[in-house]
Design a protein around this ligand. Structure first.
Ligand code: ADP
Ligand code: MG
Length: 400
């Protein structure tokens, strides 16, 4: 799917003020941005708008502030954005209000005003229509490029889209196109690699892929919910109790499905979640008392790599082990390398999986890296993303 007339590419923005919602929710340390990936991913739309003579009122959330926590001010983000744009970025003292309105009105073509952290306003996460109106009053039209926040109906991602002519930014549009293609029209065989810790978050997507994928490769802490459901010993491994029942249902459904569901056949164990713990390889998956499974083993890596190599399309979400700890990074590295080499079309998403790809220096060998972890999973599940729906609805209204 594309956005057609709801794409920013088709918006008439010259000489107009655009409220641009981007996903600038970056990690900070000591008042500095430590990873600017999301800022960089937002540049194409910002640059397109500037080139076309728009002025930009830019808004994003940053972390989860309680009240107006100054530690979560957008100022460091504005500073980094200014460096990347090689242009000054004006910093608003608040999200909305008379002073911000005045600053917005004074913007010249090509200028950028960065609003404060949208979550400084309690109405943001409540999708308060009053806040949406105040945001709308800052601009003539609205562009949403925050794919990573599009699964949440907040004032700056959903509410405001009903108050102004609304368009999809370049990143949001590309994300929806790439992920929808994997979901609805993948080159077969589709091989899905799932791991990480949050089983209950990802169970919906497993369910969906049992209908469309040829192979499902499971790793990470997620596999222990499955092993527990099979009645195996899991030792001290991380098991999400809530996930066990769901895992049992998935196993049952997989039996009657044409999709092959693969679980690890060997593991790398540690005594505790630490880089200098005692390490042992287990040829099997029944974890003894006093140990925890922290990575998939080498046979599993080889088997998964082979499946990935034969895929027409690969979708990866969630590390295969505790990759932040060097002794348990092998599974994630092995799978990441296999995906990087794979001749098929490769798509990865999830904050930690993407961090692993960057850490291994493999990010530029993946066809599409999604900036939206939760949003990419919800799209894959077939759920409606309120931030995306609002753009399409708004366009129907305008055209209908
Ligand atoms: P993503 O952000 O890619 O969606 P998740 O947030 O679901 O991934 O999971 C990432 C986390 O899972 C990492 O911090 C990693 O250490 C942890 N993890 C993976 N495998 C295991 C394991 N076997 N035991 C404990 N933690 C694990
Ligand atoms: Mg994560």
């Amino acid at each position: 799917m594309g956005f057609g007339k709801a794409s920013v590419r088709d918006a008439d923005v010259a000489g107009r003020r655009v409220l641009l919602r981007a996903d600038l929710n970056v990690p900070l340390e000591g008042g500095k941005v430590t990873d600017d990936t999301r800022i960089r991913a937002s540049l194409p739309t910002i640059e397109l708008l500037r080139e076309r003579g728009a002025s930009i009122v830019l808004v994003s959330h940053l972390g989860r502030p309680k009240d107006r926590d100054p530690e979560l001010s957008m100022a460091p983000v504005g500073a980094r954005l200014g460096e990347l744009l090689e242009a000054p970025v004006k910093q608003a003292p608040a999200v909305v209000g008379p002073e911000v309105e005045m600053m917005a009105r004074e913007l010249a073509a090509g200028e950028v005003l960065l609003l404060e952290n949208s979550r400084y306003e309690p109405g943001e996460t409540k999708n308060d229509p009053e806040l949406a109106k105040q945001l709308a009053s800052l601009a003539d039209l609205y562009v949403n490029d925050a794919f990573g926040s599009s699964h949440r109906a907040h004032a700056s991602t959903e509410g405001v889209a009903h108050q102004l002519p609304a368009y999809a930014g370049l990143l949001l549009e590309r994300e929806v196109i790439e992920l929808t293609r994997v979901r609805d029209d993948p080159e077969a065989p589709l091989v899905v690699v799932l791991g990480g810790a949050k089983v209950t978050d990802k169970i919906g997507v497993i369910d969906r892929f049992l209908e469309t994928a040829q192979e499902l490769l499971i790793g990470g802490a997620m596999c222990f919910s499955f092993f527990k459901a099979e009645g195996r010993d899991t030792g001290n491994s991380l098991v999400e109790e809530e996930g066990v029942e769901r895992a049992r249902e998935i196993l049952k459904k997989a039996e009657g499905s044409e999709t092959m569901l693969h679980l690890p056949e060997d593991l790398c164990l540690g005594r505790e979640f630490s880089a200098d713990t005692e390490v042992e390889l287990l040829n099997g998956v029944d974890v003894p008392e006093g140990w925890m499974g922290l990575d998939i083993g080498s046979n599993t890596i080889a088997k998964y790599a082979k499946r990935i190599g034969g895929a027409g399309t690969v979708f990866w979400n969630g590390p295969m082990g505790a990759f932040e700890l060097e002794p348990f990074a092998g599974g994630t590295r092995g799978v990441a390398e296999a995906i990087a080499r794979a001749p098929g079309y490769t798509v990865a998403g999830g904050g930690d999986s993407v961090a692993a790809l960057v850490q291994f220096g493999l990010a530029d060998r993946i066809d599409w890296i999604s900036t939206g972890g939760g949003a990419s999973l919800e799209l894959m599940e077939g759920r409606r993303l309120p931030g995306v729906e609002a753009l399409l609805d708004a366009k129907e209204l305008a055209n209908g």
